[in-house]
Design a binder for this molecule. Structure first.
Ligand code: ZN
Ligand code: ZN
Length: 103
């Protein structure tokens, strides 16, 4: 068994490699980068603060972005980025809708 050998591993496939901070192959590097890119995309999703819908559209792009929700008609500068909070909002919204109208 050779002594003093490095124990670096490819971040994508976990195969042993010779140098630090590299990938075992170009394919691995591409794969890993693609995966990281898609990850950051989903983490940046914005939700409607009223119904929790993720279909928020930019109504007025600019210094203060105004968001528009096609589901409940919400319009404003506030948007939720937290997935847990989003679930809560969605639950409450569905509850409200189930209640009979009038009073
Ligand atoms: Zn690899
Ligand atoms: Zn909404």
């Amino acid at each position: 068994m050779p002594e003093g050998s490095t124990s670096y591993r490819c971040p994508n496939c976990n195969r042993p490699i010779q140098e630090e901070d590299v990938f075992c192959s170009l394919e691995c590097e591409k794969e890993w980068l693609t995966r990281e890119a898609s990850k950051s995309q989903t983490e940046g999703i914005l939700f409607c603060p009223k119904c929790g819908d993720a279909e928020l559209k930019m109504a007025i792009p600019g210094l203060i972005t105004i968001w528009k929700c096609p589901k409940c008609g919400y319009r404003g500068s506030l948007a939720v980025k937290d997935g847990v909070m989003r679930e809560k909002i969605s639950e409450e919204y569905e509850k409200e809708r189930e209640e009979p109208p009038g009073g």
